[in-house]
Design a protein around this ligand. Structure first.
Ligand code: BJW
Length: 229
């Protein structure tokens, strides 16, 4: 059985990372749509850097660790014989820390920076500012940006995602509001024989395209569902 898992902010909520569109989904009064765009970065790079600096610092806080849902997915992958792909919209590294190996972070990675001039992608754990010097190109100042996908930019790995969506036998969407495309539309690109399962606290605009809706916390529903397979 070929298994495709798509995760969103809800899977990391129980690790203490706020979701984007929940009650606590505003960052200092800004909607994510207002800070996660190339236009916002051009207009006010200091504000956008600060948005990511705070989240990068928080992610490295020792209290932030993978939860039972991340762990169950990693364990399932370890014991699974056929093809498996975990596509995450999250920029945290909690799946990788839990031990997942086939992880495709389609909206980028918070612990990486990218040079807007050379395209270099660099491991990055410190704050970024408009004065940050490129570590291997000392003439380049202020060219590094977070290695994340903003609105209007092309997500990472779309060919691999489209190919596996058509071939998988089981598609599981976990903790995503299904408001942001193209991730929200993946369920509709799965093949006719694919079983689609949505795990979320609530219904989403895509719920009618799933065969099974499991309503509850990811830390409970994900281990329970994977054990049932
Ligand atoms: C729990 C839980 C618990 C909580 N247990 N569950 C009109 C129509 C269609 C598309 C568009 C349109 N206008 C514009 C577009 C395109 C646009 C888009 O989709 N806009 C929408 C707002 C309409 N998309 C783009 O621009 C994308 N690029 C693109 O389209 O390029 C063109 C292209 C397409 C195809 C081929 C080639 C080119 C890029 C989107 C980039 C999104 N970036 C962000 C920021 C990333 C960096 C960062 O983290 O800062 O990605 S925005 C933000 O939203 C982030 C997330 O990954 C993404 C999705 O959010 P997610 O994960 O679903 O979180 P929430 O908070 O929304 O939901 C949490 C869910 O969990 C809820 O449902 C809860 O109930 C649940 N939950 N606790 C279980 N314990």
């Amino acid at each position: 059985m070929k298994v495709f898992v798509l995760t969103g902010a809800g899977i990391s909520a129980e690790s203490g990372i706020p979701t984007f569109r929940g009650d606590d989904g505003l960052w200092e009064g800004h909607r994510v749509e207002d800070v996660a765009t190339p236009q916002a970065f051009q207009r006010n790079p200091k504000l956008v850097h600060e948005f990511y600096n705070k989240r990068r610092r928080f992610l490295q806080n020792e209290s932030v660790v993978p939860n039972l849902a991340h762990q169950a997915l990693a364990e399932f992958e370890r014991d699974h014989d056929d093809e498996f792909l975990l596509v995450t919209q999250n920029i945290d590294d909690l799946h990788q820390r839990a031990g997942s190996r086939q992880v495709l972070p389609m909206h980028g990675e918070l612990l990486k920076a990218r040079c807007t001039l050379t395209g270099d992608v660099i491991e990055w754990r410190d704050d970024l500012t408009v004065d940050t010097v490129h570590p291997t190109e000392p003439d380049l100042v202020g060219t590094l940006r977070p290695h994340v996908v903003w609105f209007g930019e092309t997500p990472i790995g779309l060919d691999q995602i489209a190919d596996f969506a058509q071939r998988c036998d089981l598609f599981i969407a976990i903790g995503t509001s299904a408001l942001v495309y193209p991730a929200a539309g993946i369920v509709q690109s799965t093949g006719p024989h694919c079983r689609c399962v949505e795990i979320n606290l609530d219904d989403t605009p895509q719920s009618s395209h799933f065969d099974t809706a499991l309503r509850g916390k990811a830390s409970v529903e994900v281990p329970r569902f994977l054990q049932s397979l």
